[in-house]
Design a binder for this molecule. Structure first.
Ligand SMILES: Nc1ncnc2c1ncn2[C@@H]1O[C@H](COP(=O)(O)OP(=O)(O)O)[C@@H](O)[C@H]1O
Ligand SMILES: CC(=O)N[C@@H](CCC(=O)OP(=O)(O)O)C(=O)O
Length: 259
Protein backbone atom coordinates (compact mmCIF):
# COMPACT_ATOMS: atom_id res chain seq x y z
CA UNK A 1 0.00 0.00 0.00
CA UNK A 2 1.35 3.45 -0.89
CA UNK A 3 1.56 5.79 2.09
CA UNK A 4 -0.81 8.36 0.52
CA UNK A 5 -3.58 5.83 -0.14
CA UNK A 6 -6.29 5.02 2.41
CA UNK A 7 -7.60 1.51 2.11
CA UNK A 8 -10.57 0.06 3.94
CA UNK A 9 -10.49 -3.69 4.29
CA UNK A 10 -12.90 -6.10 5.92
CA UNK A 11 -11.30 -9.29 7.18
CA UNK A 12 -13.43 -12.24 8.24
CA UNK A 13 -11.56 -14.69 10.43
CA UNK A 14 -13.07 -18.12 11.01
CA UNK A 15 -13.20 -19.82 14.38
CA UNK A 16 -10.56 -22.42 13.57
CA UNK A 17 -8.15 -19.72 12.29
CA UNK A 18 -8.58 -17.84 15.60
CA UNK A 19 -7.59 -20.99 17.51
CA UNK A 20 -4.14 -21.08 15.81
CA UNK A 21 -2.59 -18.65 18.31
CA UNK A 22 0.82 -18.23 16.64
CA UNK A 23 -0.67 -17.41 13.21
CA UNK A 24 -3.28 -15.14 14.81
CA UNK A 25 -0.56 -13.17 16.56
CA UNK A 26 1.46 -12.77 13.33
CA UNK A 27 -1.69 -11.71 11.46
CA UNK A 28 -2.53 -9.06 14.08
CA UNK A 29 1.06 -7.75 13.96
CA UNK A 30 0.81 -7.35 10.18
CA UNK A 31 -2.63 -5.76 10.52
CA UNK A 32 -1.14 -3.32 13.00
CA UNK A 33 1.51 -2.39 10.40
CA UNK A 34 -1.18 -1.94 7.74
CA UNK A 35 -2.97 0.50 10.06
CA UNK A 36 0.23 2.44 10.76
CA UNK A 37 0.43 3.03 6.97
CA UNK A 38 -3.04 4.61 7.11
CA UNK A 39 -5.18 1.53 6.35
CA UNK A 40 -8.59 1.20 7.95
CA UNK A 41 -10.62 -1.85 8.59
CA UNK A 42 -13.01 -4.04 10.49
CA UNK A 43 -12.39 -7.60 11.69
CA UNK A 44 -15.47 -9.85 11.65
CA UNK A 45 -15.01 -13.17 13.41
CA UNK A 46 -16.66 -16.57 13.52
CA UNK A 47 -16.36 -19.29 16.12
CA UNK A 48 -18.94 -21.83 14.99
CA UNK A 49 -16.82 -24.85 15.97
CA UNK A 50 -16.52 -23.61 19.57
CA UNK A 51 -20.28 -22.89 19.69
CA UNK A 52 -20.90 -26.51 18.62
CA UNK A 53 -18.47 -27.82 21.27
CA UNK A 54 -20.19 -25.90 24.10
CA UNK A 55 -23.67 -26.79 22.77
CA UNK A 56 -22.82 -30.50 22.94
CA UNK A 57 -21.55 -30.08 26.50
CA UNK A 58 -24.98 -28.61 27.30
CA UNK A 59 -26.76 -31.51 25.58
CA UNK A 60 -27.73 -29.73 22.35
CA UNK A 61 -26.67 -31.48 19.13
CA UNK A 62 -25.97 -28.82 16.44
CA UNK A 63 -27.80 -29.05 13.10
CA UNK A 64 -26.33 -27.55 9.91
CA UNK A 65 -27.75 -27.18 6.40
CA UNK A 66 -25.59 -25.90 3.51
CA UNK A 67 -23.04 -24.65 6.07
CA UNK A 68 -25.60 -22.70 8.13
CA UNK A 69 -26.54 -23.63 11.71
CA UNK A 70 -30.27 -24.22 12.00
CA UNK A 71 -30.55 -22.31 15.27
CA UNK A 72 -33.12 -23.15 17.95
CA UNK A 73 -34.11 -20.42 20.45
CA UNK A 74 -32.20 -22.17 23.26
CA UNK A 75 -28.97 -21.87 21.24
CA UNK A 76 -29.05 -18.03 21.17
CA UNK A 77 -27.61 -17.59 24.71
CA UNK A 78 -24.82 -20.07 23.84
CA UNK A 79 -24.02 -18.16 20.62
CA UNK A 80 -23.93 -14.86 22.49
CA UNK A 81 -21.74 -16.28 25.28
CA UNK A 82 -19.25 -17.86 22.91
CA UNK A 83 -19.17 -15.40 19.98
CA UNK A 84 -20.03 -11.97 21.47
CA UNK A 85 -18.37 -13.01 24.73
CA UNK A 86 -15.34 -15.26 24.78
CA UNK A 87 -14.26 -15.17 21.10
CA UNK A 88 -14.78 -11.42 20.77
CA UNK A 89 -13.04 -10.50 24.01
CA UNK A 90 -10.05 -12.79 23.44
CA UNK A 91 -9.58 -11.26 19.97
CA UNK A 92 -9.80 -7.74 21.43
CA UNK A 93 -7.10 -8.63 23.98
CA UNK A 94 -4.87 -10.20 21.30
CA UNK A 95 -5.30 -7.12 19.07
CA UNK A 96 -4.29 -4.78 21.92
CA UNK A 97 -1.20 -6.93 22.50
CA UNK A 98 -0.29 -6.32 18.83
CA UNK A 99 -0.68 -2.54 19.27
CA UNK A 100 -4.19 -2.20 17.79
CA UNK A 101 -6.73 0.00 19.62
CA UNK A 102 -9.49 -2.56 19.28
CA UNK A 103 -13.14 -2.20 20.29
CA UNK A 104 -15.28 -5.34 20.48
CA UNK A 105 -18.87 -5.18 19.24
CA UNK A 106 -21.70 -7.47 18.20
CA UNK A 107 -24.07 -6.88 15.30
CA UNK A 108 -26.71 -5.67 17.78
CA UNK A 109 -24.56 -2.71 18.91
CA UNK A 110 -25.65 0.44 17.13
CA UNK A 111 -27.36 -1.66 15.73
CA UNK A 112 -24.86 -2.38 12.99
CA UNK A 113 -26.78 -5.36 11.63
CA UNK A 114 -30.52 -5.99 11.82
CA UNK A 115 -31.74 -9.30 10.47
CA UNK A 116 -34.84 -11.40 9.99
CA UNK A 117 -35.33 -15.10 10.66
CA UNK A 118 -35.13 -17.37 7.61
CA UNK A 119 -38.40 -19.00 8.74
CA UNK A 120 -40.66 -18.89 11.84
CA UNK A 121 -39.10 -22.18 13.07
CA UNK A 122 -35.51 -20.95 13.36
CA UNK A 123 -33.40 -18.18 14.88
CA UNK A 124 -30.98 -18.36 11.95
CA UNK A 125 -31.29 -15.11 10.09
CA UNK A 126 -30.30 -13.07 7.09
CA UNK A 127 -29.18 -9.44 7.23
CA UNK A 128 -31.91 -7.00 6.19
CA UNK A 129 -30.22 -3.70 7.06
CA UNK A 130 -26.68 -2.56 7.83
CA UNK A 131 -25.77 0.72 9.45
CA UNK A 132 -21.99 1.24 9.34
CA UNK A 133 -22.06 4.66 11.08
CA UNK A 134 -20.82 3.33 14.45
CA UNK A 135 -17.97 1.52 12.68
CA UNK A 136 -17.06 4.67 10.68
CA UNK A 137 -17.17 6.79 13.84
CA UNK A 138 -14.78 4.44 15.65
CA UNK A 139 -12.42 4.13 12.67
CA UNK A 140 -12.31 7.93 12.25
CA UNK A 141 -11.30 8.19 15.93
CA UNK A 142 -8.48 5.68 15.43
CA UNK A 143 -10.18 2.59 16.87
CA UNK A 144 -10.35 -0.79 15.20
CA UNK A 145 -13.77 -2.53 15.42
CA UNK A 146 -13.86 -6.29 16.02
CA UNK A 147 -17.35 -7.57 15.30
CA UNK A 148 -19.18 -10.78 16.14
CA UNK A 149 -22.08 -11.79 13.89
CA UNK A 150 -24.65 -12.34 16.65
CA UNK A 151 -27.46 -9.82 16.35
CA UNK A 152 -31.24 -9.34 16.53
CA UNK A 153 -34.37 -8.81 14.48
CA UNK A 154 -36.37 -5.54 14.40
CA UNK A 155 -38.21 -6.50 17.63
CA UNK A 156 -34.97 -7.15 19.52
CA UNK A 157 -35.11 -10.97 19.48
CA UNK A 158 -31.70 -12.65 19.23
CA UNK A 159 -30.68 -13.87 15.80
CA UNK A 160 -27.77 -15.96 14.51
CA UNK A 161 -26.20 -14.61 11.32
CA UNK A 162 -23.40 -16.54 9.63
CA UNK A 163 -20.15 -14.60 10.10
CA UNK A 164 -19.34 -14.76 6.36
CA UNK A 165 -22.67 -13.03 5.63
CA UNK A 166 -22.04 -10.45 8.36
CA UNK A 167 -18.63 -9.68 6.80
CA UNK A 168 -20.23 -9.29 3.39
CA UNK A 169 -22.86 -6.88 4.80
CA UNK A 170 -20.17 -4.76 6.47
CA UNK A 171 -17.92 -4.75 3.38
CA UNK A 172 -20.85 -3.70 1.22
CA UNK A 173 -21.97 -0.94 3.60
CA UNK A 174 -18.44 0.45 4.03
CA UNK A 175 -17.77 0.16 0.28
CA UNK A 176 -14.60 -1.67 1.27
CA UNK A 177 -11.67 -1.94 -1.10
CA UNK A 178 -11.17 -5.57 -0.14
CA UNK A 179 -12.91 -8.43 1.63
CA UNK A 180 -10.63 -11.19 2.88
CA UNK A 181 -11.86 -14.49 4.29
CA UNK A 182 -9.24 -16.13 6.51
CA UNK A 183 -9.95 -19.78 7.12
CA UNK A 184 -8.15 -23.02 7.97
CA UNK A 185 -7.53 -23.90 4.30
CA UNK A 186 -5.20 -22.11 1.83
CA UNK A 187 -8.08 -21.34 -0.59
CA UNK A 188 -10.83 -23.13 -2.49
CA UNK A 189 -9.59 -26.63 -3.23
CA UNK A 190 -10.41 -28.79 -6.22
CA UNK A 191 -8.74 -32.18 -6.55
CA UNK A 192 -6.34 -31.22 -3.74
CA UNK A 193 -5.12 -28.06 -5.55
CA UNK A 194 -5.86 -24.44 -4.57
CA UNK A 195 -7.76 -22.62 -7.32
CA UNK A 196 -6.05 -19.24 -7.74
CA UNK A 197 -9.19 -17.62 -9.17
CA UNK A 198 -12.85 -18.42 -9.68
CA UNK A 199 -15.66 -16.74 -11.63
CA UNK A 200 -19.28 -16.75 -10.38
CA UNK A 201 -20.20 -19.37 -13.02
CA UNK A 202 -17.32 -21.65 -11.98
CA UNK A 203 -18.23 -21.19 -8.30
CA UNK A 204 -21.90 -22.14 -8.81
CA UNK A 205 -20.82 -25.18 -10.83
CA UNK A 206 -18.38 -26.24 -8.09
CA UNK A 207 -21.20 -25.97 -5.50
CA UNK A 208 -23.60 -27.94 -7.74
CA UNK A 209 -20.96 -30.68 -8.27
CA UNK A 210 -20.24 -30.94 -4.53
CA UNK A 211 -16.63 -29.69 -4.88
CA UNK A 212 -17.53 -26.78 -2.59
CA UNK A 213 -19.36 -28.00 0.51
CA UNK A 214 -20.35 -27.17 4.08
CA UNK A 215 -18.84 -24.01 5.59
CA UNK A 216 -17.27 -23.08 2.25
CA UNK A 217 -20.74 -22.53 0.72
CA UNK A 218 -21.68 -19.37 2.73
CA UNK A 219 -18.15 -18.04 2.15
CA UNK A 220 -18.41 -18.45 -1.63
CA UNK A 221 -22.02 -17.20 -1.80
CA UNK A 222 -21.05 -14.10 0.27
CA UNK A 223 -18.04 -13.54 -2.01
CA UNK A 224 -20.24 -13.65 -5.10
CA UNK A 225 -22.65 -11.14 -3.58
CA UNK A 226 -19.72 -8.88 -2.64
CA UNK A 227 -18.55 -9.04 -6.27
CA UNK A 228 -22.01 -7.94 -7.39
CA UNK A 229 -21.95 -5.12 -4.81
CA UNK A 230 -18.71 -3.72 -6.21
CA UNK A 231 -16.25 -4.72 -3.46
CA UNK A 232 -12.91 -4.34 -5.25
CA UNK A 233 -11.03 -7.46 -4.26
CA UNK A 234 -12.40 -10.63 -2.68
CA UNK A 235 -10.12 -13.44 -1.60
CA UNK A 236 -10.48 -16.66 0.40
CA UNK A 237 -7.31 -18.02 1.99
CA UNK A 238 -5.26 -18.68 5.08
CA UNK A 239 -2.83 -16.67 7.18
CA UNK A 240 0.26 -18.74 7.88
CA UNK A 241 3.10 -16.23 8.19
CA UNK A 242 4.35 -12.69 7.85
CA UNK A 243 3.50 -11.07 4.52
CA UNK A 244 0.39 -13.20 3.92
CA UNK A 245 -1.96 -10.22 4.44
CA UNK A 246 -0.11 -8.29 1.72
CA UNK A 247 -0.02 -11.37 -0.54
CA UNK A 248 -3.76 -11.94 -0.04
CA UNK A 249 -4.48 -8.26 -0.82
CA UNK A 250 -2.35 -8.52 -3.96
CA UNK A 251 -4.06 -11.76 -5.05
CA UNK A 252 -0.75 -13.64 -4.84
CA UNK A 253 -2.10 -16.31 -2.52
CA UNK A 254 -5.55 -17.79 -1.82
CA UNK A 255 -8.50 -17.91 -4.22
CA UNK A 256 -9.57 -14.60 -5.77
CA UNK A 257 -13.19 -14.29 -6.89
CA UNK A 258 -13.61 -12.17 -10.00
CA UNK A 259 -16.11 -11.61 -12.83
N1 LIG B 1 -13.74 -26.97 -2.13
C1 LIG B 1 -13.37 -26.67 -0.88
N2 LIG B 1 -12.20 -26.06 -0.65
C2 LIG B 1 -11.78 -25.78 0.61
N3 LIG B 1 -12.52 -26.05 1.71
C3 LIG B 1 -13.72 -26.64 1.56
C4 LIG B 1 -14.20 -26.97 0.26
N4 LIG B 1 -15.42 -27.54 0.41
C5 LIG B 1 -15.67 -27.58 1.73
N5 LIG B 1 -14.66 -27.03 2.43
C6 LIG B 1 -14.61 -26.94 3.89
O1 LIG B 1 -14.88 -25.59 4.28
C7 LIG B 1 -14.15 -25.37 5.50
C8 LIG B 1 -14.09 -23.86 5.77
O2 LIG B 1 -15.36 -23.42 6.19
P1 LIG B 1 -15.68 -23.25 7.76
O3 LIG B 1 -15.41 -24.55 8.47
O4 LIG B 1 -17.03 -22.65 7.90
O5 LIG B 1 -14.51 -22.28 8.14
P2 LIG B 1 -14.47 -20.85 8.81
O6 LIG B 1 -14.61 -21.12 10.28
O7 LIG B 1 -13.13 -20.35 8.42
O8 LIG B 1 -15.60 -20.03 8.27
C9 LIG B 1 -12.83 -26.04 5.24
O9 LIG B 1 -12.15 -26.36 6.43
C10 LIG B 1 -13.27 -27.31 4.49
O10 LIG B 1 -13.48 -28.37 5.38
C1 LIG C 1 -26.08 -19.08 10.86
C2 LIG C 1 -24.71 -19.60 11.17
O1 LIG C 1 -24.29 -20.59 10.60
N1 LIG C 1 -23.99 -18.90 12.06
C3 LIG C 1 -22.66 -19.29 12.49
C4 LIG C 1 -22.01 -18.10 13.19
C5 LIG C 1 -20.55 -18.33 13.51
C6 LIG C 1 -19.71 -18.55 12.28
O2 LIG C 1 -20.05 -18.21 11.16
O3 LIG C 1 -18.48 -19.15 12.56
P1 LIG C 1 -17.36 -19.64 11.54
O4 LIG C 1 -17.05 -18.48 10.66
O5 LIG C 1 -16.22 -20.02 12.40
O6 LIG C 1 -17.92 -20.80 10.75
C7 LIG C 1 -22.73 -20.50 13.45
O7 LIG C 1 -23.70 -20.57 14.22
O8 LIG C 1 -21.81 -21.33 13.43
Amino acid sequence: MDEDETHTIVVKIGGRAVEDEASLHRFLEELSGFRRLGGNGVLVHGGGAEVSRISRLLGIEPVFRDGLRITRPEEIPILEMVLAGRMNKSLVRAAHAAGIRAVGLSGADGPILVGEALSPETRTGRVVSTDPSLLSLLMAAGYFPILSSTTMDSSGEGLNINADEAALAVAEALKADALIFLSDIPGILSGGEVLSSLTPEEAEEAIARGIIQGGMIPKVRSSLRALGAGVGHIVIGQYTGEGDLRRLLEGKTGTTLHT
